[in-house]
Design a protein around this ligand. Structure first.
Ligand code: GLC
Ligand code: CA
Length: 554
C-alpha cells in the first residue's frame, strides 16, 4: 500500500531496558525477539529500535563507533538478523535509529581525523583554530557544556553539540556523505524498513556557528544546506526502497516541517516536532517541575494539525527515551484511579489525531516516572552535566530542587526497565539491572494487564485497532471545538461522510460537556470507545480524566 506508514502505529523499543535474555542486567536483541509476540498482540505495525550499533558508551548508544557492527552488550549481527526475520514473520517492520549528526570519538574516522591536520579524514569532522587562545566561539552544546573541545595533538578544537565523546560530522564533506549513504543502503539492503534520523535538523552548520571569531555562536538547527543534504540522501538511499523515515528535528515550526516532510519534498516522511515538548519548560528549559497549561497544548497541537493538513504528515508523540513518562507528565499518577483513567485518556487523545502515533515502551502499561533518591541512582549523562552546571557551578538550584527537577524531567524516567511482572527483576532480568527498576512494578506490569480486558494494555490495543477500522482517523480534517476551555480538550475529525468527536477531560474534576450540543445537531452518534464503562451520551458530564470517542453520521 502506498504511504502505509500513515495507517501505522510505531512502537519505540529502548533495547537496553526492554528485555534481558542472558541475565547480565542489560536488555538485548534476543530479549526483544522473545517479546515480539507481545508487540504483535498489542497490534503495533512498526518497531523503532533505539541505537544498537557498537557504541562509545557516553550517551547510551547515541554515540556510534561502528555503523556496521552490533554493540556486544546487545548481541551479535546474527541476533539482529534473527530479530528482523522473526519480526517480519509476524508482520512487524523494523526501523533503525540512525545517528549521523555525529559519531563516537572512538569511531575509526575520528581516530584518524585527530591524528594530524593533513589526514584524509581530517575534514570528516569540524575542526577550527581557537580564538585568542580560547575556544573558536562561545557556543554551548545541548548538554550544558561548551560545544568545542581542544585536542592537544593537533592544537585545534572539534565541535560537539552533545558530549565530548560525540564529535559532529562535517556534512560539507562529500566523501563523508557518500560513506554515510553507502552504509544506509547496506542496512536497507539487509531488509530493514526505515530510519529514525537522530537530530537531523542539526547536520548543516550556519557559518557563524563554526566561525573562529570568539562570537556567541548560534543555533545549529535548520542550517543553510540541510535540505540539499536530505534531498541528496533521499535520492541516493530512501527513494530506492519502500521505507519509512522520520526525522528528529529540534527547531521546526509547521512551515519548516513542510520543507522537510512535505508530500513532495523528497526528504523525509515526517518529523518529530519539539514545540509540544516545550510547553512546560521553565526559564532554564526542561529543568523545572512546572506543569503545563492545557491551552498551550491546544494551541500547539492545533497549529500542527492545521498547518500540515494536506501538506505534510504529523508524527504524534507524548514521550520517548528523552522525555519523562507521559502519564506522569501529561496525566496524573497520584492515585490508582487517576493513573488508569488518565493513561487511557492520553492514549485516546493522541491516537485520534491526524498523523502516525508513536508508543514508547511501557506507555501501554501506564509506566510512570521513577523516583531517584540521589545522583548515584542516575545513569544519564545529561543529568550529570545539568547538575554540575546548575547546582555546582551556577548554584541556581539547591540539591533538593535539582533532584525534584530530575525526577520530574530527567531522561532516566523513561529508561527504567520494562515491567513484565511483579518479580524481583520485574521479569526484565535475572541479574542486577543496569538502572533501578521502578518499585511500582509490583502493581504496574504486563503480566497483570495482558489478560485483563479493562487494563490500559487492552485499551491501547482497542484504540490501535480503531485506527485500522476507520479511515476517518487517518484522513479526516481536524477541528478544535473548545479552544478556550482550560480543562477539556474536544476535537472533531471530519470527512464527507462522517464526523468523529473526541472528548478528553484533562482534570480530576467533573466537567460539563454542554459545548458539544450544538456540534451534534441531529446527527446519529455511536460511541466507539471510552475509558468509563457506562454507555454515556456525548452531552453527559465528563468524569475525572474521562475520554470518549463518537462516530457521528449525518
Ligand atoms: C537525540 C537523541 C538523544 C541523544 C541526542 C544526541 O536527541 O534522542 O537521546 O542524546 O540525540 O545523539
Ligand atoms: Ca543482556
Amino acid at each position: 500500500m502506498a504511504d502505509w506508514w500513515k495507517k501505522s502505529v510505531v512502537y519505540q523499543v529502548y533495547p537496553r531496558s526492554f528485555m534481558d535474555a542472558n541475565g547480565d542486567g542489560i536488555g538485548d536483541l534476543k530479549g526483544i525477539t522473545q517479546k515480539l509476540d507481545y508487540l504483535a498482540e498489542l497490534g503495533v505495525d512498526v518497531i523503532w529500535l533505539s541505537p544498537i550499533y557498537q557504541s562509545g558508551g557516553t550517551d547510551a548508544g547515541y554515540d556510534i563507533s561502528d555503523y556496521y557492527a552490533i554493540e556486544q552488550e546487545f548481541g551479535t549481527m546474527a541476533d539482529f538478523d534473527e530479530l528482523l526475520l522473526e519480526a517480519h514473520r509476524r508482520g512487524l517492520k523494523i526501523v533503525m535509529d540512525l545517528v549521523v549528526n555525529h559519531t563516537s570519538d572512538k569511531h575509526a574516522w575520528f581516530q584518524e581525523s585527530r591524528m594530524d591536520r593533513n589526514n584524509p579524514k581530517r575534514d570528516y569532522y569540524i575542526w577550527r583554530d581557537g580564538h585568542e587562545g580560547q575556544m573558536p566561539n562561545q557556543m554551548m552544546g545541548y548538554f550544558c557544556e561548551p560545544a568545542w573541545e581542544h585536542d592537544a595533538k593537533t592544537d585545534q578544537y572539534y565541535m560537539h553539540l552533545f558530549t565530548i565523546g560525540q564529535p559532529d560530522l562535517n556534512w560539507e564533506n562529500k566523501q563523508m556523505r557518500e560513506e554515510i549513504y553507502t552504509m544506509m543502503n547496506w542496512w536497507l539492503q539487509k531488509g530493514i524498513d526505515g530510519f529514525r534520523m537522530d537530530v537531523i535538523s542539526c547536520i548543516s552548520k550556519p557559518a557563524k556557528a563554526v566561525a573562529s571569531d570568539g562570537g556567541q555562536g548560534m543555533d545549529c538547527t535548520n542550517g543553510p544546506k540541510v535540505h540539499a543534504c536530505l534531498k541528496e540522501m533521499h535520492e541516493k538511499t530512501f527513494s530506492n526502497y519502500d521505507c519509512i523515515t522520520v526525522g528528529e528535528t529540534p527547531g521546526v515550526t509547521p512551515d519548516i516541517a513542510v520543507q522537510y516532510a512535505g508530500f513532495d519534498a523528497n526528504e523525509l516522511n515526517m518529523v518529530f516536532q519539539f514545540e509540544l515538548m516545550d510547553v512546560d519548560s521553565g526559564p532554564l528549559g526542561k529543568w523545572t517541575t512546572q506543569r503545563y497549561d492545557l491551552l498551550d497544548v491546544k494551541r500547539t497541537i492545533t497549529r500542527w494539525q492545521e498547518g500540515l493538513f494536506n501538506r505534510a504528515w504529523n508524527s504524534l508523540y507524548l514521550g520517548n527515551h528523552d522525555q519523562p513518562r507521559c502519564v506522569s507528565r501529561w496525566g496524573d499518577d497520584s492515585t490508582p484511579l487517576y493513573w488508569e483513567k488518565s493513561a487511557k485518556m492520553l492514549c485516546t487523545f493522541l491516537h485520534m489525531l491526524q498523523g502516525t502515533p508513536y508508543v514508547y515502551q511501557g506507555d501501554e502499561l501506564g509506566m510512570t516516572n521513577v523516583r531517584l533518591d540521589g545522583l548515584s541512582e542516575a545513569r544519564d549523562v545529561e543529568i550529570f552535566n545539568a547538575y554540575r552546571l546548575y547546582v555546582e557551578e551556577q548554584q541556581v538550584f539547591t540539591h533538593d530542587e535539582m533532584m525534584a527537577n530530575i525526577n520530574a524531567r530527567g531522561r532516566d524516567n523513561a529508561r527504567t526497565p520494562m515491567q513484565w511482572n511483579d518479580g524481583k527483576g520485574a521479569g526484565f532480568t535475572q541479574g542486577d539491572p543496569w538502572i533501578k527498576i521502578n518499585e511500582n512494578h509490583t502493581r504496574i506490569n504486563a503480566q497483570k494487564q495482558v489478560g485483563d480486558p479493562d487494563s490500559i494494555f487492552n485499551y491501547y490495543k482497542q484504540v490501535i485497532h480503531l485506527r485500522k477500522a476507520y479511515d476517518i482517523i487517518t484522513d479526516g480534517a481536524y477541528r478544535i471545538l473548545d479552544a478556550e476551555n482550560p480543562n477539556v480538550y474536544t476535537y472533531a475529525r471530519e470527512d464527507e461522510n462522517a464526523k468523529l468527536l473526541v472528548m478528553c477531560n484533562f482534570t480530576a474534576q467533573e466537567q460539563s460537556a454542554d459545548h458539544v450540543v450544538a456540534y451534534l445537531g441531529q446527527g446519529k452518534y455511536k460511541r466507539l470507545i471510552g475509558n468509563y464503562a457506562n454507555e454515556s451520551s456525548p452531552t453527559d458530564a465528563l468524569q475525572a480524566y474521562e475520554a470518549r470517542v463518537y462516530l457521528i453520521e449525518a
